[in-house]
Every structure is written in C-alpha cells, then in structure tokens.
Design a protein around this ligand. Structure first.
Ligand SMILES: Cc1cc2nc3c(=O)[nH]c(=O)nc-3n(C[C@H](O)[C@H](O)[C@H](O)COP(=O)(O)OP(=O)(O)OC[C@H]3O[C@@H](n4cnc5c(N)ncnc54)[C@H](O)[C@@H]3O)c2cc1C
Length: 471
C-alpha cells in the first residue's frame, strides 16, 4: 500500500478514500469518454481544513492532485493524466453546503462542491436568481464552474462565471488556505488575485468556496423559436432584438439545420415544432423583472418587425410555460444528441460579434475542404460570439488515428477563428484535450506569463499536471 493512503485515510476517514478499481472507474474517464487516466485514490474531503490536509499529505509524498467537480467538463481537465507520476483525484462532492445568502447584498456564499442546480434552487428560495445555466447544471459543481469560467445560456445578459464570482476560497499547492470570501462589489486594493483561479482548471489551487452574485428574479418570460434563412439574418435579428429590448433580452441561442436534424435523429423524444429544412434556428427569450411588464407583447412586436424586414421566414411564440420548456429542451439536447451521432470534433470558438458570420462560414468551408464526409452541426451562444462548430465524423477503432484526424480539423477551424480575432475556447477551457491547440493559438508571451504564475504557485507541478500546457 503506498504510504500516502493511510495518511489520507487518517485525514478524511477511511470511507472517503476510494481505492477499489470499481469505485475509481467513474472518476478516471472524462465526460466524452475519450481519455482514461490513473489514480491511487479518489479522496473526498469534507471541509476546507480537510482539503488543506489532503494537499499537504500529497505534497509530502510527491503525489499529484487532480481536482474534480461533477466531471462534466468537455476537455478532460478533471481526468488524472499524471502518469508516470502518481496522482489522487480530489472530489468535493461532500462539501455541498450553502454557507449563507444575503438578499440585500444580492450574494450567496457556497462550498465549491455545491451542484449548480442546488445553488439556483437556494437563490430561488430567497426570491433571487443565480443566472448561470447550462445543460450539465444537475451535476456540475461550483468549483468546476469557477475553474472553467463557465458561460452557458445566460452569459449574454449576466456574463460568465468570472463576472458572477465576487469572492473565493482556495487551497494553494503548499497547503495554505487563501480566504478571499468577500462580497465586495468594488475593490481596487491591488491585483485582483481571485481572477488567477477563475478559469485555471485546477492547475493553481483547489477552489473550496465561492461568493456568487445574485440578481432579481425575472417574473415573466416570453420565448420564441424562429427560423432564419442565413447567419447574416440571424445576426440582424440579434441586433434588432438588442435595439428593441436591450437588457430584457435574456437569451439568444442558435442552431443550424444539421444540428436540428441530428436532434431529430438521435433524441426522437424531443419535439421539434418546425420543418427541419430552415438553414438556421434561433431561440430568443425576453425576461422581465418587473411584474407588470409584458415580454410576450415585446417579443411578438420584435418578431413581427423581423418578419416585415424579411429577416425570418417563420417564428413560433411559446404559448405556455410548458411550450417554452419544450423549446429549451431542444437546445439542451444538442450535446447528448451530437455525441450519439458519431465522433464529435467540437470547437468552442469565440470571435467579436462583428466577425461571427465570417468566422462561422470560414470554419464550415474549411471543414468541408478537409473532411467532405463530416456532418457540420453548429449551435451555441451566438449573442456572445460563441458558436460551437462540430464536425461529426465516423468513429474509428484506431484511437491515435482518430485523434490525428481530429487535430487536422481543429487546425483549420482554429486558423479561421484566429483570423477573425478570436479565441479557441470561450467557455469549455483547455484541459488535457486542447493543450496542443492552445500552444498553436495563444501568443507566446501570454503562455510564458501563465507558466510564470504556475511556477510561482506550484513549482513542483503537482496540481493537475499536463493540463493547459506542459511546464
Ligand atoms: C450536456 C452538457 C452541456 C454543457 N453546456 C455547457 C455550457 O453551455 N457552457 C459551459 O461553459 N460549459 C458547458 N458544459 C461543460 C461543463 O459542464 C462545464 O465546463 C462545467 O463548468 C464543469 O463543471 P464540473 O463541476 O463538472 O467540473 P469538472 O469537469 O469536474 O472539472 C472541470 C475542470 O475544473 C477543475 N476543477 C473542478 N473542480 C475544481 C475545484 N473545486 N477546484 C479547482 N479546480 C476544479 C478540474 O480539475 C477540471 O480542470 C456542458 C457539459 C455537458 C455535459
């Protein structure tokens, strides 16, 4: 038995140190099922103090630490890929306490192991909104959301996790606890260190707590599904919506024809109330905080004007909450349906909105040239300039060949993204899967500064090695 295990068992209790292969299995493979790593144990601390003890023990034994939340990440960031070094996976699922909530301060303080949906529910119970919303909200955790700088469908109005995080608590690689759990709305006292850890993907610390922003809860919503004949008209519809309803625009999501067809094929339980032949589909939502506002009328007027301007051939305004939910169900089923359709080479590109049409077309053309057999499904947060372009290709038994083929597709799509002034990851992160792509795309000085920060906090590269970049 490796000497580290009894020490860990003494720190968190033997039942919270999983070592049986069958117990470890679910935590060693990423959500996409592409990478399987190895770990001596999965360790489940019950508090920040226990987490710090676990880190100190790991460090004493020279064992790597891989923080894991709900393991729903898209790029194998939480998969232990430390070999030939030894690693433990640290899961925070026992740390799921809502520490406090302040309706006046519009903030909620939580353990990092809280499942996102439970934070949303706690906010709602206090008549507030925690706006982060994504398909995996029933299982992803706040620590994972912070560490990937998650975006989701409400980022258009409320921003990403970086905008929603007021304070945080983290265990550093040397075992010290950094307590930045403040709910301050303004703080100009030097460097804003919390941002080092947001989007750091577990390479700099284990996030153990966070103070998050809350908002007034929208009382009334109106949702519509519109068809558009081109990406240009989709973007014109977005621009018109912003002009007409401003901040009331709660979501503006897009899906192309292929994406809808894939949902129809692989998620037949999801009702699609349109013919499947429109080039683009937009999910538009207006959400109003004021109880006497009429989002339905505003959305109807917006769609009427768009129809008149020839921006959309057709639109369906949800007539009930159930129908609005059904529209969202279409949007939220894209990941599972696409996964079922073949091997998904996905992109999380983001560009300035002015370049969105150009970059989506350039990416599509580049894929078509490189892989004429690929199905090209596009969906995403078009209002943020963040369309997920998926090239879905046949699965191959030869894993290395599959990865090489995927990388050839990434290379051409990433080039199109960079030419439009974009970034290769808007919200999913880099993890293990995209290390090579970041090295190609990011300015060398930026990578050098990331490495400098990593060396300062984690000189022995114990925290989540092999993620983001190789040190
Ligand atoms: C169906 C589906 C839909 C999705 N939709 C979206 C979407 O719209 N927008 C979006 O942004 N993402 C989306 N995702 C991706 C994923 O849900 C997010 O990246 C989420 O934030 C990951 O949270 P997690 O708790 O599962 O983290 P994990 O997958 O467990 O980990 C992700 C990364 O964070 C690190 N980490 C986790 N917890 C901690 C911690 N406490 N301290 C330090 N590091 C930590 C891990 O080491 C890893 O690098 C989707 C995923 C699925 C399956």
């Amino acid at each position: 038995v490796p000497a580290v295990l009894p020490a860990l068992a003494a720190a968190v209790g033997p039942s919270n140190v999983l070592t049986e292969p069958a117990d470890l299995t679910p935590f060693l493979t990423d959500w996409r099922g592409r990478y399987t790593g190895a770990a001596l144990a999965v360790v489940r601390p019950g508090s920040t103090t226990e987490t710090a003890a676990v880190v100190r023990i790991a460090r004493e034994h020279g064992v790597c630490v891989v923080p894991q939340g709900g393991n729903t990440g898209m790029c194998a960031g939480a998969t232990p890929m430390a070999a030939p070094r030894e690693a433990i996976v640290v899961r925070l699922d026992r740390m799921s306490r809502i520490r406090g909530i302040s309706p006046l301060g519009d903030s909620i303080s939580v353990d990092a192991g809280c499942v996102l949906a439970n934070v949303q529910a706690a906010a709602e119970a206090a008549d507030r909104l925690f706006p982060l919303s994504l398909g995996a909200e029933g299982s992803c955790q706040v620590g994972g959301n912070v560490s990937t700088n998650a975006g989701g469908t409400a980022a258009l109005r409320y921003g990403t996790m970086r905008d929603l995080t007021l304070g945080l608590e983290a265990v550093l690689p040397d075992g010290r606890v950094l307590d930045l759990m403040t709910a301050l709305r303004k703080d100009s006292a030097g460097y804003d260190i919390r941002h080092w850890f947001i989007g750091a993907e577990g390479t700099l610390a284990i996030v153990t707590g966070a103070v998050l922003k809350l908002f007034p809860r929208p009382r009334r919503r109106a949702t519509a599904l519109a068809t558009c004949s081109s990406i240009e008209s989709l973007l014109s519809l977005l621009s018109l919506a912003r002009e007409k309803v401003g901040e009331r625009l709660g979501a503006f999501e897009a899906m192309n024809r292929e994406q809808i067809a894939i949902i129809a094929e692989h998620a037949p339980e999801v009702a699609i109330p349109f013919s499947l032949d429109a080039p683009w589909y937009a999910l538009v939502e207006i959400a109003d905080v004021a109880g006497d506002a009429d989002p339905g009328a505003a959305l109807e007027a917006l769609l009427a004007e768009a129809l008149e301007k020839g921006l959309l051939p057709d639109a369906l305004l949800a007539s009930s909450e159930a129908q609005a939910k059904a529209f969202w169900r279409i949007r939220h089923s894209v990941s599972e349906a696409s996964k079922a359709a073949g091997y998904v080479v996905s992109h999380d590109s983001v560009v300035p909105l002015s370049g969105q049409g150009r970059s989506a077309k350039a990416a599509e053309e580049a894929i078509r040239r490189a892989r004429p057999d690929a199905r090209i499904a596009i969906h995403g947060h078009v209002g943020d300039g963040n369309l997920h372009v998926l090239a879905i290709v046949p699965r191959l038994a030869d894993r290395e060949r599959q990865f090489a083929e995927a990388d050839a597709i990434h290379a051409v799509v990433d080039r199109a993204t960079m030419e439009c002034g974009g970034s290769i990851s808007a919200e999913h992160g880099i993890g293990h899967a995209n290390v090579k792509r970041l090295a190609r795309a990011a300015p060398p000085l930026e990578i050098e500064m990331m490495r400098a920060l990593k060396r300062m906090l984690d000189p022995d590269d114990l925290f989540n090695p092999g993620k983001l970049f190789t040190v």
